[in-house]
Design a protein. Structure first.
Length: 353
């Protein structure tokens, strides 16, 4: 396989494993207590985190194809000694991860370009913002980045046996999961602010639904701009196409968006113009996405809406794409789909948008 087709995923240790217990010790008692705790628990495997299922399923492609399609890089702000428990956990779960960066406090995002990273998953929002902001200014490779939701039992596959919820009876969850092929990698994307830029979302947020519909009708023949997950989706498609024809079922993609009506057509035309083939497209017209995600049972779901993530994370692994108008901080104003500038809070208080 050509090197240009290889998918490179960089993942923080806290996204791959559930490090919540040791992290609390670090927050409350400091770094020395944290190191002592890790040393005393070095032989105790960490539990899988939110990103574990995606990593495990992607690495399985290498095994089934007999080729190195996917390279997973472990990145951590630990030093090498404190990272020993993480390395032991990787070996415990038989994860084929041999490349790692332990930076001893240095921001790991400094090394993502060197790793030729396609997708970066972390539990630190600031790191996601750094990576996605850099994409707007660099001419080199763009990196997709997601903030995995807080690591909790209900966000892993173990949630299939949780108590019933108003959305779906838990007795049906295992049956839904079993419908899909066992070794298939399923990845679900939101549309605006994820695969696409937030240009249309900004119109909706500032001017309402009627203005959005008018805007989409006027722009029907103009492709939407690329969003923060565009490059990753394209690379994922290249990976699938590199598989033998009888193996391409192993990668399946989904678009789950609140759009409907005229907005559907522009999305479909954009995907066609990009040459991006999404296996399933679900235009929900504002319906709750979670029941559809439960039916899809993805390895991960990407969305720029914290509200959608909060709903979904109880049932499926989810990553928040901290990008665009939905994720502007109180001291920022959006000037384009990819850049922001800081403004005083008192200025914001006097604006009408």
């Amino acid at each position: 396989m050509a090197d240009s087709v290889k998918l490179v995923v960089c993942i923080a240790s806290t996204a791959l494993f559930d490090c919540s217990e040791s992290h609390q010790i670090w927050l409350k008692e400091g770094v020395e207590s944290y190191k002592k705790y890790q040393h005393s628990h070095v032989t105790v495997p960490l539990k899988p985190g939110v990103g574990f299922r995606l990593v495990q399923s992607l690495l399985s492609l290498n095994h089934s194809a007999g080729k190195n399609f996917v390279d997973v890089i472990l990145v951590s702000r630990n030093d090498s000694e404190a990272g020993k428990r993480v390395r032991n956990s990787i070996n415990h779960y038989n994860l084929d991860i041999s490349r790692m960066s332990f930076t001893n406090g240095t921001d790991v995002t400094k090394y993502l370009q060197a790793w030729e990273c396609d997708l970066f998953l972390t539990t630190e929002e600031a790191q996601v913002r750094i990576v996605l902001s850099a994409n707007a200014t660099i001419t080199s490779k763009k990196i997709a980045a997601g903030l995995v939701c807080d690591i909790a039992a209900e966000a892993t596959h173990g949630s299939l046996n949780e108590p019933p919820s108003p959305i779906i009876d838990s007795s049906l969850l295992a049956a839904i999961a079993s419908v899909w092929p066992k070794d298939q990698v399923r990845i679900a994307f939101d549309g605006d602010g994820v695969l696409f830029s937030d240009e249309a979302e900004r119109v909706f947020q500032t001017s309402g639904l009627d203005a959005f519909r008018k805007y989409e009708h006027e722009k029907l023949d103009i492709a939407l701009s690329e969003g923060p997950m565009h490059s990753f989706a394209i690379k994922l498609q290249k990976l699938r196409n590199a598989l033998a024809a009888e193996e391409q079922w192993r990668v399946r993609t989904f678009l789950v968006t609140a759009r409907n009506g005229v907005g559907n057509e522009r999305v479909l035309r954009t995907l066609e113009r990009w040459g991006l083939q999404i296996d399933e497209t679900h235009f929900l017209g504002g319906l709750n996405k979670t029941p559809f995600l439960i039916a899809i049972d993805p390895a991960i779901f990407f969305d720029d809406s914290s509200e959608h993530i909060e709903r979904a994370k109880k049932y499926v692994p989810a990553a928040h794409i901290v990008y665009g108008v939905r994720n502007v901080k109180p001291d920022e104003v959006v000037t384009s789909s990819s850049t922001t500038i800081p403004v005083p809070e008192e200025t914001l208080a006097n604006t009408n948008t």
